[in-house]
Ligand binder design. Structure first.
Ligand code: MN
Length: 490
């Protein structure tokens, strides 16, 4: 565990002390298309169109039009960096998250005169209030529907049960005090919103931006691992060994993360919808995890903003939706979810999982499965079926043996070349609900699909049949002491 990190600033301080993990620029940057254009080259990675790379996080000290703000992006855009921030070997992060979600530590309300996130307050009732000039929300590409908050942790409670949920949603600035909010089907906050709407009521919520990275990673768990009613802030509590501290919002009945750089307070309005790209008419939303720019939604729920509060010298945290940061935030909880379910079903068989960068952390998982005897033949495929159950948005599973490095794509593709025959080792599970942001999951791609976001799920079994194990032994080199020849070797 790393207990030197307790908010965004302490995370940046840790990264600053490590070579190659954080770069800082004093050159003024335009939040409209330029900031993301720069970071695409510096460190976006993920499913971003090449050229891009895995690189450092980047802090922009001077934002055109917003002299009071800095913007940081890519804090979690490298698995190695997530490992640093959580004090964990990067290959073991899925296991760390699995243990955390199984031992949750709930958040606590904080008492105090002044919360860090409320050091400065801007009320929407002030005629001068305008989100568009107050907060430097980046517009990621020239095609985007508008400026987006991409790292906004939306936190609300069930109007009936009081249970809370926290999730990142794409939030587009629609006016001086309005945001549109996109929900993928079935999201828990949308269930709360629908309950409130059915009663003709608004749903109060807070949007916390710029927090301890453990909170961002923990918030990205999805059901069934974190079912409706599971407060994902308790995952971060477990990761840090202390509860996340909450502050009462000033203008709505909701709670925010007390150490957040920025908090937007507001309420989701009942029976109000807005066209996401109404100001730009581009037909597009913003870059999404599959590597394409999302389609603008014709009718999204609206948040009426009541206040913006922030720390002194605030830093707005941002991400590029198709960057490696999404792979970290969505993928590591996916790994944890798969590990947890398969471990319950067949202890000790699934050694590790990698939610691969190519699927944005959601669409593709590589499973490392250890067959110990003839009774384990076929169980590798059972493990893959469980993976689809553990994370419903998973589309493809590649299963490999214990002698393959799942984090080395060359090694995984090697297994596919020499331990896989397409006609007998490919399993199709057609017509299953998956994720609408993958453009191939649509009836215009395959007329057999009955709707957008329905997919053929596929298992690629690249494991050696147990009976043939001896034939597939990899070249065995002599164990040697390399440092005797190269003292600095690592
Ligand atoms: Mn949830």
């Amino acid at each position: 565990m790393n207990d030197t990190v307790y908010d965004l600033r302490s995370a940046l301080a840790l990264l600053h002390a490590k070579p190659g993990e954080l770069v800082v620029t004093d050159t003024e940057v335009d939040p409209h298309a330029e900031l993301s254009g720069v970071y695409r080259y510096v460190g976006a990675g993920g499913t971003t169109m090449r050229p891009t790379r895995i690189g450092p996080a980047m802090l922009f000290n001077r934002i055109k039009g917003f002299p009071d703000f800095r913007v940081v992006t890519g804090v979690l855009a490298a698995r190695r960096r997530v490992g640093l921030l959580l004090g964990c070997d990067p290959t073991r992060l899925g296991h760390l998250l699995k243990d955390a979600v199984q031992h949750p530590v709930p958040p606590v309300m904080c008492n105090g005169d002044e919360f860090l996130c409320q050091q400065q307050v801007h009320l929407a009732s002030d005629p001068a209030f305008d989100l568009r000039t107050l907060l430097p929300a980046p517009t990621n590409t020239e095609e985007d529907a508008g400026p987006f908050f991409t790292m906004g942790l939306c936190y609300a409670s069930d109007p009936h049960t009081g249970e809370s949920d926290i999730t990142i949603h794409r939030l587009c600035v629609q006016g001086r005090d309005e945001l549109s909010m996109y929900f993928a089907p079935g999201r828990h906050l949308d269930v709360f919103r629908q309950k409130a709407e059915a009663a003709g009521q608004a749903l109060p919520l807070t949007i916390s931006i710029g927090v301890d990275p453990a909170i961002y990673i923990g918030a990205c768990f999805e059901p069934p691992t974190t079912p409706q009613g599971f407060d994902e802030l308790s995952v971060a509590g477990a990761l840090r060994g202390r509860p996340v501290e909450l502050a009462q919002a000033l203008t709505v009945n909701a709670r925010a993360i007390a150490h957040a750089e920025v908090v937007i307070e507001g309420e989701l309005l009942p029976d109000r919808r807005v066209q996401e790209d109404r100001h730009t008419q581009t037909g597009r939303a913003m870059p999404e995890f599959p590597g394409y720019i999302g389609i603008a939604n014709p009718a999204l729920p609206v948040i009426k903003v009541k206040a913006v509060t922030h720390r002194r010298n605030p830093i707005l945290q941002h991400t590029i939706g198709c960057s490696e940061e999404h792979v970290s935030m969505a993928g590591i909880p996916t790994e944890a979810s798969i590990l947890a379910l398969v471990e319950r079903a067949m202890p000790g068989k699934l050694l590790n999982v990698y939610a691969h960068s190519a699927g944005g952390g959601k669409l593709l998982a590589v499973l490392q499965f250890k067959k110990s005897g003839p009774q384990d033949e076929g169980r590798q495929r059972q493990a893959a079926l469980l993976a689809f159950a553990a994370f419903p948005e998973l589309k493809q599973a590649i299963v490999v043996d214990e002698d393959v490095d799942i984090f080395d794509s060359n090694d995984v593709l090697w297994a596919m070349q020499t331990r896989y025959q397409g006609d007998v080792d490919t399993l199709f599970i057609p017509g299953v609900r998956c994720h609408p942001l993958d453009p191939s999951q649509s009836p215009d791609y395959n007329p057999a699909l009955r709707g957008s976001g329905i997919s053929c799920k596929t298992i690629f079994d690249c494991t050696v049949p147990w009976a043939l194990k001896a034939k597939f032994r990899r070249c065995q080199f002599r164990e040697v002491e390399v440092k005797r020849f190269l003292p600095d070797f690592r």
